[in-house]
Design a protein around this ligand. Structure first.
Ligand code: NAD
Length: 456
């Protein structure tokens, strides 16, 4: 498997992808190692994962370089991601013992009643490349802590980072066979789907997520999906500081080159503040430094996958053909590397792909609306349901809109944000199930109900 640097299209490394016999051998090791891992105390497992967190921090600079070189994520954003993901470990440190403790529901009377949260067993974590630390930690750290063994398949676009996870978890003390890294693309993912595992946890596109769900349905094991989005942001006419709203919205749209599952993918602005917003937004985007992701100060690097350039080209062309106005960007940057100029379109409508299909790149459409009702109708007009944001100086008015939207996350005066304290969950085609928060650890356990009669 050739790992290319998206910034200059040079070969970083060639990795042998796992073949069937290697996949089977790793699965065998996981099955063998899991029961002993589950027998360890939560504290013991937690200490090992905390050590892993410390090792990641000690190696931050090197890990950030690896992440930037294989995904094109600007270096400062790679460092931010690695630092930020650590909040999962802190949150687990504070809460896991309580979440995983035996629950004594009924303590008096003839029959005592208790709930024990047992691990699922060996689970597959088929992951994405855009935030490998965040989305990886959301699954494999919580799963390991709950006593599962993990078959981790990093995306083929973040394999070097995936191998680092394996290396550092082992160094931290995760016993051999409890975490196995599977190297390869769809073919290796398929081998995991065919295996007899106890749960499938997937982060990636709707298309693959749907396929995986169908493929493993008859196994009767939990399937959880964190998929894409077409997340909307609405700017109300009571916003006094339009410039700040534009800065925040632009960051939500263009951070990580627009390749966040919860990136702002479409913007609606009340007609009373539309012109001011568009002007401030365009100024902000034109100030972004685009270039080498290793250079300090770069905000827009290359997109990670070459194929995505065709998607962006198609969305821009489709929008222009249907009457959209291009304010800035709109094309691939000449020369080597998968660079797409940050693109702002106005005069857009829901007839255009750019307002309906996930862009997953540095491109945004801004549409004017007459009132909150029109904004709600447009925001709801999507097959996805990951997040929605409203910018307003009035919380109650913003919440009135957010309450009407079928999304897993609602933002007031912020966007493109994930917190370990809150459940991360998509509705409709954005996913199934929950990671993060106390609900997120439950995903990796199965309850056993004890009815205990007699005195102990
Ligand atoms: P993808 O669906 O192309 O790939 C995801 C993973 O699935 C990769 O590891 C890939 O090798 C594997 N895979 C592909 N085909 C497979 C098959 N037939 N069987 C088994 N495994 C297979 O997605 P991607 O391009 O890596 O990620 C981008 C998508 O992920 C975007 O849509 C983004 O919105 C979404 N995403 C969602 C979240 C979230 O939390 N909701 C987070 C990050 C990314």
């Amino acid at each position: 498997m050739d790992i290319l640097n998206p910034a200059n299209e040079t070969l970083l490394q060639s990795l042998p992808a796992d073949d069937r016999s290697q996949v089977l051998a790793k699965i065998e090791s996981l099955k063998k190692a899991q029961p002993d891992w589950a027998l360890r105390s939560v504290d013991e497992r937690l200490n090992i994962l905390v050590r892993f967190g410390s090792l990641v921090k000690e190696n931050l600079e090197n890990l950030a370089l690896v992440l930037t070189s294989e995904t094109g994520k600007p270096l400062a954003q790679a460092r931010n991601e690695i630092r930020g993901a650590h909040n999962r470990i802190e949150h687990l440190q504070a809460n896991a013992a309580t979440w995983l403790a035996r629950e004594k529901v009924v303590t008096e009377g003839a029959v005592r009643e208790e709930i024990v949260h047992e691990p699922l067993g060996v689970i597959a974590n088929i992951s994405a490349w855009n935030f490998p630390y965040n989305v990886g930690y959301n699954v494999f750290l919580y799963a390991l802590l709950a006593g599962n063994a993990v078959a981790y398949k990093p995306s083929e676009y973040a394999s070097l980072t995936g191998l680092k996870f394996g290396e550092l978890l082992a160094k931290a003390g995760v016993p051999s066979g409890v975490f196995e890294c599977f190297i390869g693309g769809a073919a290796v993912g398929e081998m995991l789907l065919e295996a007899d595992l106890d749960g499938y946890f997937f982060t990636g596109s709707y298309k693959t997520g749907k396929y995986i769900t169908q493929k493993v349905a008859t196994k009767m094991v939990p399937v959880q999906l964190e998929l894409g989005g077409k997340d909307a942001l609405y700017v109300m006419d009571d916003v006094q500081d339009i410039k700040q709203a534009a800065i925040n919205a632009a960051e939500g749209a263009f951070y990580n080159n627009g390749q966040s599952c919860c990136a702002v993918e479409r913007i609606y602005v009340h007609e009373n503040v539309y012109e001011a917003f568009v002007k401030a937004f365009e100024e902000e985007v034109e100030g972004y430094l685009i270039g080498d992701p290793l250079a300090e100060g770069t905000f827009i690097g290359p997109v990670t996958r070459r194929e995505q350039l065709d998607v962006l080209q198609d969305q821009v062309q489709d929008a222009l053909d249907k009457g959209a106005v291009l304010h800035t960007g709109g094309k691939r940057r000449a020369g080597a590397g998968y660079y797409w100029e940050p693109t702002v379109l106005t005069g857009v409508s829901h007839e255009m792909k750019v307002m309906m299909e996930e862009s997953f790149g540095p491109i945004i459409g801004i549409q004017s609306v007459r009132n909150d009702e029109e904004a709600v109708a447009l925001m709801k007009d999507t097959t996805y349901g990951l997040t929605a944001a409203v910018f307003s100086d009035n919380e109650a008015r913003a919440v009135q809109v957010l309450e009407k939207l079928p999304t897993g996350t609602a933002y007031w005066n912020c966007c493109d944000r994930v917190s370990p304290n809150l459940p991360w969950t998509g509705r409709k085609n954005s996913g199934l199930g929950v990671t993060l928060s106390y609900l997120g650890i439950r995903a990796f356990t199965q309850p056993k109900a004890y009815h205990l009669k007699g005195s102990s």
